[in-house]
Design a protein. Structure first.
Length: 95
DNA sequence: GCTCTGACGATTT
DNA sequence: GAAATCGCCAGAG
């Protein structure tokens, strides 16, 4: 299993209504410090529908980017009950 | 193997 | 506190 496959796997484990950070996924995938690479990998998400890549946010709790726009990402999160206060995801929603 | 890119992160202006 | 700067890492070409 290469790094990117582990990233998709770990991301798929995030429960609904919860979020994780890029660095957290990088660490779980066995490569702490590869947060930036994780973002690039999720961007090309080959498993639409299977991998909830919108549940991965930045360490500073800001939403971060999204292939189809930050607005859409926020919409998806809100639909799961994850509110965004002042452009940030509250601490209680983190894994 | 080198260079460039970018859904990141921490530090410094 | 926003913007610039630097270090980081996997993919693509």
């Amino acid at each position: 299993m290469n790094f990117s496959e582990r990233v998709y796997h770990e991301t798929s484990l995030i429960p609904g209504g919860r979020v994780a950070t890029y660095s957290y996924i990088a660490r779980r995938a066995g490569n702490p410090g590869a947060a930036r690479a994780v973002g690039n990998i999720l961007n090309r998400n080959p498993y639409p529908g299977k991998v909830p890549c919108h549940r991965v946010v930045r360490r500073d709790r800001r939403p971060g980017g999204f292939a189809r726009g930050t607005r859409e990402k926020e919409r998806l999160l809100k639909k799961e009950g994850i509110l965004i206060v002042d452009g940030r995801v509250p601490e209680r929603f983190f894994l």
